[in-house]
Ligand binder design. Sequence first.
Ligand SMILES: Nc1nc2c(ncn2[C@@H]2O[C@H](COP(=O)(O)OP(=O)(O)OP(=O)(O)O)[C@@H](O)[C@H]2O)c(=O)[nH]1
Ligand SMILES: [Mg+2]
Length: 422
Amino acid sequence: MFVDLVSITVESGKGGDGAVAFRREAYVPKGGPDGGDGGRGGHVILEGDEGLSTLLDLRYKKHFKAFPGGPGLSKKRHGKTGEDAIILVPLGTQVFDPQGLLVCDIKEHKEQFILVEGGRGGRGNVKFINARNNAPKIAEKGEPGTTLDFTFELKLLADVGLIGLPSVGKSTLISVISAVKPKIADYPFTTLVPNLGVVSVPNGHSFVVADMPGLIEGAALGQGLGHQFLRHIERTRVLVHVVDMAPTDVSDPYKAFQTIHKELKAYNEDLANRPMIIAANKMDIEGSEERLEAFKKNVKDIPIIPISAYQKTNLDELLYAIDSLLIAHPIVENKPDDFKHYKFDPKEDIPFEIRLGDDGVYEVDGGELQRIFQMTHFEHDQAVKRFARQLRFLGVDEALREKGVKHGETVRICGSNFEFVD
Ligand SMILES: Nc1nc2c(ncn2[C@@H]2O[C@H](COP(=O)(O)OP(=O)(O)OP(=O)(O)O)[C@@H](O)[C@H]2O)c(=O)[nH]1
Ligand SMILES: [Mg+2]
C-alpha cells in the first residue's frame, strides 16, 4: 500500500528534576549543597531512510514519545539525558504544523531534523547558592516536554514527472528508459501508485522519473485515481506530457492535451507552467503521422518529440531534450532557516492570563507563569518562596491587587489554590 499522508502526534521528553542534596562529610552533619541538574528530556527527531518508500508504517504508529530526562544526582552529577524518539521517514517527506506551515523537508538518507526539543533539565540546589543562602534547599523541576500534532506528507523526489491520460504509454515509456518494470495492461488505470525510475542519458547524466497514474477530466476535483498523486509532481522540475497519437477511441490528441493541461492548472497554476516536453507516443501506429501534423499546428510553444515507446524509437532524442531542460532549471533548495523547531517556550507568549472563575475566585494561568509553576518543587519551602518572588516579578501580585483581591483571600494559580499574601 502506498500511503503519502498521515497525521502524527509527537511528544518530547520532560526535563529531569534538579536535585536537592548535601555533601556528606565526616563530623559535619550537613556539608555543602551538591545536588546536580536534571538531564534534558529526549527530542523527537526525524530521520530520512532511503529504504522506505511510503508513510505506511506511520499509519499504524501514530504517537511518538521521547523519554524524560533523569533526575539530578548528588555529587553534582547530571541526570541522564532522555532517549530521543526517532521517526524514520521516506525521502521526500514534508512535515506541516497545525497551522499548515512547512516545518521540515527530509531529502537525504540519514538526514536528521529535531522536530520538537526535549525539556531542559531543572537546576540542582548547587545552582541556587548565593551570598544570602549557602545551603539552599531548593531545586527546579524539569521543563515540561511538548506535545504537538503534525501532518506528514510524502512528495516524491523526482526530477521528471510522466503525465497524461490513461493508456497513453507512460508506464511503457518508463519501462524502456529505466530499470523499472511496472505492470502494463490493455485496460485503463493500470498504474495505481507512482513508480520511480532512474534514467541514464547517453551523455552520462542521469535523472529520476516518476511514472504517474493516468489523469482524467476532473482529476483536480478528485475524479479518478490520479488526483491523489498530483502532489507528487509538485516537486518535479520538468513534466513530460505523454500524448497518444493513435488513440483507440476517436478522441483527438489535442483535446487530450487540453484536458490534462486544464487539470494541472486547476490543481496548481504553477504546475501548468512547469517546463514541459510533449512525448507524442505510439508513432508506430498507422495514421499517427497525420495526427501529429495536426497536433503541431495547435501546440506551438512546447517542444514535441515523436516516439514509439513500444518500438523504442527516438528515445534518445527525448532523453536529451529532458536533460537540457533539467540543466536549464536547476534544483531550488529550501534554506534551513525556512524551518522551525518547536520547544516548550511560553516566553514568546504572554506572561500570564487572569480571569474570574465561576466560583468567584480569580484564576491566574498560562504563558511564562505556567512554565515557572511546572518547574517549581512545592515540597521545598525555599522553592515556594522563590515561586512567590517570581510571581511578584511577573506582575501577578500587582494584577490581583488591581482586581481588588485582598490579603488572605484565595486565588487559583495554574489550577491550585493559594492564599494571597499582601
Ligand atoms: N503501439 C503502441 N502501443 C503502445 C505504445 N506505448 C504503449 N503502448 C500500449 O498502450 C497500452 C497502455 O500502455 P501503458 O504504458 O500501460 O499506459 P499508461 O499511460 O501507463 O496507462 P495508465 O497507467 O493507465 O495511465 C499498453 O497496451 C501498451 O502496450 C507505443 O509506442 N506503441
Ligand atoms: Mg501506467
